[in-house]
Design a binder for this molecule. Sequence first.
Ligand SMILES: [Zn+2]
Length: 276
Amino acid sequence: MTAALLLALALPAGALGLRAEPSPARPGDLLVVTVEDDGPAERLSLTAAGRVLPLFATGPGRYRALLGLTAESPPGPVSLVAAKTRRWRRPLESVLSVPVEARPFKPQKLTMAPEKASLPSGPGARDAVARIRAVAAVDTPEQRWDGPFALPAEGRLSGPYGNPRTVNDKPWAWHKGLDVAAPVGSTVTAPAAGVVALAGTYPVQGGTVVIDHGQGLMSALFHLGELSVKNGDEVSKSSPVARVGGSGFSTGAHVHWGVYVHGAAVDPEPLLRRGP
Ligand SMILES: [Zn+2]
């Protein structure tokens, strides 16, 4: 019998339903947390690893929260606490511990022309990162995606998520997305439905489109050529948003697809098989 099941059996009658998928989880996973309770939504809260996450209704008495584990999430349990405030009594709580297994990531060596390699320390680079981070951390209540996501371009997966990298033998940030190699000028599409939260061109990311899928889930597409959407446009799954460009801090023609959950970069690949 698992520890989680033992814990569930030990809970008093009337306890909140609480479960999470996948379990065990791995670094890079998007955890879908479900809370079940008949009471009013405003009395419910969910805390994950000490952070309060927004809950969104998915049906009568059922609520969902998304938690992003990054490639840097340490192995070990993640503690989830669902709570319901009650008049005159202590809050009702359910606790769930989700095991996180170790996940090895393969180091990747990149070689880049010096003028490209110096872009992250060049003018405007820091401001652009701050702006994209701020946009990617916004929560809008409406769920706009429906089911599994689609690759943003037709092509070979050329760079997996999570790799620790070196650029010209210098240690670099780990890879916060999935790269799809595709010829310059080919069509880049929305991985899922949403609203364009940011469309612009920046020194490192190059042509950029950030799509808000709702409820804290975002896609960021980098290194694009010509953009065909602007801020505020509604997009549907697989509708064109840009052309492949290979712009910015990039070693060749590809699309970088990042997925952010409340600002945490998760692995996009599992979303191709199963929507959150
Ligand atoms: Zn990339």
